[in-house]
Design a protein around this ligand. Structure first.
Ligand code: TMP
Ligand code: ASP
Length: 246
């Protein structure tokens, strides 16, 4: 598959066209940003690690019936994906209170939510990705009410799968962000990535609330150190869990 031109460069990935208009190439970068790119850095090896973790998780999700944009991996940090029109929503599923939920509601860090919470944010850097309501999604025509319902259902299904998968990795899935896209047949596909950049992942056996348990991008966001080690640790645990499932 020959790669043509760069179509889009985001904060963590570059998207290239291929000779097939229905297929794109996603190239995962080592660049790391936080707080809407106010903080910038590099996490060495992140592109490869996030590409492999995302590929494995997309493949596992396909096995349980979730349609994703993932086709196959073509190099350690590159995957072929189905071309989709990204729905401009960042869909966050939360199982445990952390991050902006604590800041905006006063809930204590680590509060276990009785039912998972699905939050929608407007994917628009210029506005700082604000929290949306259903009515605002309709007002701005970001998605139809039917699409929002289908996306919510998919996000909760993906959450149930990922909770179990990460438990096998001795990891608690605190929260994560998903993006969805529409393919040429108007099917909703899970897109973007699922990685330590887009999830909060806590080591199960580190019970205290110290930052030692943090195995995700919060190590970069909060300058906790050992960022590369945490990403590498998640990769090794994910690979082992996938191997054990076969
Ligand atoms: P938040 O607590 O900052 O709202 O983040 C919730 C989850 O979404 C967390 O797992 C990190 C992920 N996330 C992204 O993937 N991209 C983002 O731009 C933000 C703000 C959060
Ligand atoms: N996506 C965020 C940024 O805009 C990074 C994050 O906090 O995950 O830089």
């Amino acid at each position: 598959m020959s790669v043509n031109k760069k179509l889009y460069e985001g904060k963590a990935k570059v998207i290239y066209s291929t000779e097939d208009p229905d297929i794109l190439l996603a190239d995962f970068k080592d660049d790391a940003t936080a707080f809407n790119a106010q903080k910038k850095g590099t996490i060495t090896g992140k592109g490869v690690i996030n590409c492999i973790i995302s590929a494995k998780l997309f493949a596992e999700l396909e096995k349980v019936g979730v349609k994703t944009h993932y086709i196959n991996s073509v190099s350690p940090n590159q995957m072929l994906v189905r071309a989709v029109k990204i729905v401009p929503l960042e869909v966050v599923v939360r199982n445990i209170a952390a991050g902006s939920l604590c800041q905006q509601t006063g809930l204590a860090l680590g509060t276990v939510l009785k039912v998972p919470l699905v939050d929608f944010y407007y994917k628009k850097d210029e506005l700082g990705d604000p929290l949306l309501t259903s009515d605002r999604i309709t007002l701005l025509e970001l998605a139809t009410p039917e699409q929002v319902e289908a996306i919510t259902h998919l996000a909760l299904q993906i959450n149930q799968f990922l909770i179990g998968f990460f438990r096998q990795c001795d990891i608690t899935l605190v929260d994560f962000k998903l993006e969805f896209g529409m393919d040429s047949q108007q099917q909703i596909l899970l897109a973007d990535e699922i990685s330590p950049d887009t999830c909060r992942l806590w080591d199960i056996s580190t019970q205290d609330d110290s930052n030692r348990r943090v195995l995700d991008k919060d190590r970069f966001r909060k300058d906790l150190g050992n960022v590369e080690d945490a990403y590498q640790e998640v990769l090794q645990r994910v690979l082992k869990a996938v191997e054990n499932q076969q």
